[in-house]
Write a protein that binds this ligand. Structure first.
Ligand code: ADP
Ligand code: MG
Length: 401
């Protein structure tokens, strides 16, 4: 689960990770009031930041007003102008795709003098099953780019499972960033506090880009990107509440309600499959046959009429879908039942209307596969049966040609 920068910073503050003062807002008036409050507390510069679930905001632009997603403001008037430009406009960044994301929330924060910018990230290194802390002197730059072009500029410290981050590891990170004196001390504390926050919240990732040092040798997180492990959210009801559904793909949200595993992709072949491994294989073979999957959809073990119907509903919400490939292995569930389920689902008036003109190719293998094929072949619906997965994928290519 992703959260907004302002939410991430509230968590950081709880763990004594230094962040500049800031206030989240949803209207121009609130934003102006927030800036006035920060000014009373001593702020002389302000930064207005669009809150969307995507990075690259500083270099992004909004569609209508061509406004930057991160705006440095010297006065309350400039804050007002930035808020007017951003709220309600659609921000496009390297991470949002062309369609961009609607800006519904802002974060007004103290403008900080920057002496140097760094990168600091914590995540799970799956190759070695250990948490890894990554730091780089190349702050404010995408870490993927640094990894590709100048990998020697990234230092890593792996933390042994079941152990805390060791003080000498935090020191090594801070040293590697070239911190000295007061900044070094603060930097070490920062790394330790950040690791504690990461561990205790069951996060997948904490990314501070940039981490900065001011001319007074203060150390701050200027940006914060945090994602949590969905499977651990039950242990953190307070964090689960931070979910902002308006930032998520509507079809993916609906799929979650039905307990379906759905991820939207850009192709035109809808896939309905049971089991994640089979789903991956199905997507591969669609590609090999010259097609392009419109989604990943794992309907799980028991593919009954209801799950098949829900699967159709979600797949058909995607206007790009020109054909649907159903690939179910009948192990626990019998193929003839699935075949009847597919037919019943396609006859459902709501689905029948949407599925018109979209050929359905069904490949059922496993228990009672032959009966299943007969059921499909004898139905008068726009459903094509196939025995082999390759055949099924070729049928898809044929109907799309
Ligand atoms: P994004 O990563 O989405 O572009 P950031 O929060 O990293 O957004 O902001 C982009 C850049 O704006 C930062 O690299 C930093 O140079 C500048 N910036 C962000 N917040 C502040 C701040 N509070 N004070 C001064 N500069 C800031
Ligand atoms: Mg950033």
């Amino acid at each position: 689960m992703k959260i907004h920068e302002y939410q991430a910073k509230e968590i950081l503050e709880k763990y004594n990770v230094a962040v500049p003062a800031g206030i989240a807002t949803t209207t121009v008036e609130e934003t102006v009031e927030a800036a006035k409050k920060l000014k009373e507390e001593g702020a002389t510069l302000f930064v207005v930041k669009a809150q969307i679930h995507a990075g690259g905001r500083g270099k992004g632009r909004t569609k209508k007003n061509n406004a930057k997603g991160v705006v440095l403001c010297k006065s309350i008037d400039e804050v007002k102008e930035a808020a007017e430009n951003l709220l309600g406009d659609v921000l496009v960044t390297v991470q949002t795709g062309e369609e961009g994301q609607l800006v519904q929330r802002l974060y007004v924060t103290d403008g900080v003098d920057i002496k140097s910018e760094f990168y600091l990230g914590i995540l799970m290194d799956r190759a070695v099953s250990k948490n890894v802390i990554m730091a780089s002197t190349e702050g404010g730059v995408e870490i993927e780019k640094v990894a590709e072009e100048t990998p020697e500029k990234i230092v890593k410290e792996w933390v042994e499972p079941g152990m805390d981050l060791q003080p000498n590891q935090a020191r090594r990170i801070a040293f590697a960033l070239g911190l000295e004196g007061d900044a070094l001390k603060k930097g070490i504390k920062f790394v330790q506090a950040l690791y504690k926050a990461y561990e205790e919240t069951d996060a997948n990732m904490f990314e501070i880009n940039p981490l900065i040092v001011t001319p007074d040798n203060d150390v701050y997180a200027l940006d914060a990107k945090v994602t949590f492990d969905d499977n651990a959210l039950y242990r953190h009801p307070d964090l689960a509440e931070l979910k902002d559904e308006s930032e998520e793909n509507p079809a993916e949200l609906e799929a979650q309600k039905y307990d379906l595993n759905y991820i939207k992709l850009d192709g035109n072949v809808g896939c309905m499959v049971n089991g994640a491994g089979l789903a991956m294989a199905t997507m591969d073979i669609i590609k090999l046959s010259g097609g392009d999957p419109a989604n990943f959809l794992d309907v799980g073990g028991g593919a009954n009429v209801e799950t098949v119907k829900n699967g159709f509903r979600i797949i058909l919400e995607d206007q790009n879908v020109k054909a649907i490939l159903i690939n179910i292995f009948g192990g626990i569930v019998r193929c003839d039942r699935v075949a009847n389920g597919v037919i019943e689902a396609v006859k459902d008036p709501e689905i029948a209307e949407k599925v018109e003109g979209v050929p359905i190719i069904v490949r059922l293998q496993g228990t009672n596969a032959e009966e299943a094929k007969e059921i499909i072949d004898n139905s008068d619906l726009n459903v094509i049966s196939a025995v082999l997965l390759k055949e099924a994928a070729e049928e898809v290519s044929k109907v799309l040609a």
